[in-house]
Structures are given as structure tokens and as C-alpha cells.
Design a protein around this ligand. Structure first.
Ligand code: SF4
Length: 371
């Protein structure tokens, strides 16, 4: 409808003023991954599907094959490789965490829950005291849900970040379903080694918003020797594909906080940059060139790496798994007993760019958000 000419003189100056007062904001937002608003996925599933997930979670605990260890134990009666039972999980720390990617920690921190125990046995574990030593306190799924509420209400965190949860997926499922009844509104981050099974990812479908998998090593010899796991890479590939099928590439709201999607981490290891290159090429060719990737440089020798060799000064060094160490080695895992070289990190990043990946967790070069 045309405006009456008597209003035009009044409208024009107002329009000009509003343009001057609100200049276009240069946020460098990429529309396909920009969300106007976000409702966590666990609020979108029906009460019938929620009930099915609850009963499936209990069934898995009675015969646990929820990770590739396939223990098949009734966790109400005995424990498997992960050493964690059915009714309670062991938690080391619950707190707002400021050591995560900027898009997860934001200004208030990522609401992190560090579970004790793990289904891998990485000899270089960077969280050795938590993952290998079962320190911490026991919580039921309901108590865990109440902690999520504290992270939301008191910590004002941006998300609930479940760190090393692969071995407690049924309890995590029950806790999320309970927390949605309590009024949780934060996205759920599943922060995993990627040594998951398709069954546990199916159980999590509809409850997790952000998958944050590591992709650690490529060759089976390396995974056997350093992770104490067979077929790690094959499992990680299958898991990351399933995660991406559920939630897609990483999406943000306009405040630069990630809300949904997959972010893959790769910790570059000394002397293993060729494995890193295989990993990033596989991601680009088989999952998505728009995958958000964090190529990490903070490897440092920890856990069993660099410890004195077993069996006395002159004994032959035989590492767990029966693998002989390099000739002349004085300490265990001498080949990875040093920080990673930044040139090694740069070569993996370059291989990722050449393969077509372009969304990296790194300092933005344009002064805006890196999304
Ligand atoms: S979650 Fe624990 S008990 Fe279940 S299969 Fe894995 S290691 Fe075994």
C-alpha cells in the first residue's frame, strides 16, 4: 500500500537515522552454519521415544556390549574392562571449564563433567590421573542431572560437556532424560575418543547436540601399541560417519557459540604426522569438506611415556602388548617422549587444507568469529 504523501517527510529522516545508528555488523557469519535460535534435540523427542530410550539403556546395562570391547557383562553384578558398574558413574570433576575451543567455552565456560575410567588405555593419556585411576565420587543418573542444572543455573555455562563418556552411555542417557524434566536448556556435548559402538550412538541419537570426537591414530599397529586397542581407526571412522549423519556440520548462533554438529579433534603426535595426514584426508573425502577440525599441538609426554623401562637397568625394553621398544631405548615409548614439533603440526594442517578442509579452530585472520 502506498504511503500518503503527508507522512513521507517524517519517515525519511527517521530511516536515515536508524541506518546510521545501527551499522551492519561484520560478524563474518557463514549462513549455512548460522542458526537464529536453537532448541536442544532432547526437547524434540516424544515422551514415547524417551521411554524407549530409558528401557534400552537399562537393557544395555544388563548385557553390556556398548563399546568395541564387547564385554557382554551384566554391570549390575560385575564390571567389564571399563571397571564401572550400572547404578552409579564415577565422576572426577564437575565445573565450568575454560580449556576448550572458544566456540564451546565462550565467556562463561563449558559445563564439563569429567568421568573417571575409560575404555581405551592410551599410554600417553593426557588425563591420566582421571581416566586410568578411577578417582572421584559416585553419582546416580538423577544426581548427575542435578549437577547439569547447577552448571546451567549457577555456572551459567554454555553447554553440558560430557568428557570421556563412552563407557557410561546408558547412565548418561538416563541423566539427560531426567534433566529435561528438571528444565535443562543447554546443548549436550559428547566429548569422546571415538572408540564408540554404533549401538551406543543410536542410543544417544536425539539427545546429543554436539559430537566432539578425537581421531587419534591411523594405523592398526599404532593403535595396538599406543592405545591398547585393535581396529581403533576403523571404529573411529564408522563412529564419526554416524555422528555426522545425526547432527551434520558444526552450526553456531550469532554470538559465536556452537550449538549443533560435529567438531573433530586430532592431537598431532611426535613423529606421527603421516598418520595425521591420512586422518584429515579421510575426513575431507569421506565425511565432509565443511567439517570443523581442531588440529591440536599440545601433546606432551605423560602417563607411561618416558618412564624408566621395566626389569632393571640392562633388561630389554618390552612395552605392553609385547612390542619390543626401539633399540637402545632407556625409557618406555622413547619415540614419543618429546613435545610435538610445530613443523609437524603445520604439515598436518597443510595436508588438511590441500584435501579441501577449511573450517579450523584457530585464531581468526579477519577479526571476526571463526565460523
Ligand atoms: S562399556 Fe565397559 S563393560 Fe561395556 S563393553 Fe565397554 S568396557 Fe565393557
Amino acid at each position: 500500500m502506498a504511503l500518503s504523501s503527508r507522512f513521507r517527510p517524517f519517515l525519511r529522516p527517521v530511516f536515515r537515522v536508524s541506518l546510521r545508528a545501527q551499522p551492519r555488523r561484520a560478524l563474518h557469519l557463514a549462513p549455512p552454519w548460522l542458526l537464529d535460535d536453537y532448541v536442544p534435540r532432547y526437547h524434540l523427542i516424544s515422551s514415547i521415544d524417551a521411554a524407549k530410550k530409558r528401557s534400552l539403556a537399562y537393557a544395555h546395562l544388563r548385557e553390556c556390549n556398548l563399546c568395541p570391547r564387547l564385554c557382554g557383562v551384566n554391570r549390575y553384578e560385575k564390571t567389564g574392562v571399563c571397571l564401572i558398574g550400572a547404578e552409579k558413574v564415577k565422576v572426577n570433576t564437575i565445573a565450568p571449564h575454560f580449556g576448550e575451543e572458544p566456540c564451546l567455552q565462550g565467556h562463561n565456560g563449558s559445563g564439563s563433567v569429567f568421568f573417571s575410567g575409560c575404555n581405551l588405555r592410551c599410554v600417553f593419556c593426557q588425563n591420566h590421573d582421571i581416566a586410568h585411576q578411577r578417582n572421584g565420587f559416585d553419582l546416580t543418573p538423577e544426581e548427575l542431572a542435578e549437577w547439569y542444572m547447577k552448571l546451567q543455573e549457577v555456572g551459567r555455562c554454555h553447554n553440558i560437556n560430557l568428557v570421556t563418556p563412552e563407557h557410561v552411555v546408558p547412565q548418561v542417557v538416563l541423566s539427560i532424560l531426567h534433566a529435561r524434566e528438571l528444565g535443562l536448556r543447554l546443548p549436550i556435548v559428547y566429548n569422546t575418543s571415538a572408540f564408540d559402538s554404533l549401538e551406543s550412538l543410536e542410543l544417544l541419537d536425539g539427545l546429543v547436540d554436539i559430537y566432539l570426537p578425537d581421531f587419534k591414530v591411523w594405523s592398526n599397529a599404532t593403535s595396538k601399541r599406543l592405545l591398547k586397542a585393535d581396529n581403533y581407526a576403523a571404529t573411529a571412522m564408522e563412529s564419526i560417519k554416524a555422528m555426522h549423519a545425526q547432527v551434520g556440520d558444526l552450526c553456531f548462533t550469532g554470538d559465536g557459540i556452537a550449538k549443533k554438529g560435529v567438531l573433530v579433534r586430532h592431537l598431532v603426535m611426535p613423529g606421527k604426522e603421516d598418520e595425521g595426514k591420512e586422518i584429515v584426508r579421510w575426513l575431507a573425502e569421506n565425511v565432509s569438506k565443511d567439517m570443523m577440525v581442531h588440529i591440536m599441538e599440545q601433546y606432551f609426554p605423560r602417563a607411561h611415556v618416558g618412564k624408566p623401562r621395566r626389569g632393571g637397568k640392562d633388561a630389554e625394553v618390552v612395552e605392553p602388548g609385547g612390542v619390543p621398544a626401539a633399540e637402545g631405548a632407556k625409557v618406555r615409548y622413547a619415540d614419543i617422549n618429546r613435545p610435538v614439533d610445530l613443523k609437524e603440526v603445520a604439515s598436518v594442517t597443510q595436508a588438511a587444507r590441500e584435501a579441501g578442509l577449511w573450517r579450523f579452530v584457530e585464531a581468526p585472520k579477519h577479526g571476526g568469529f571463526n565460523i
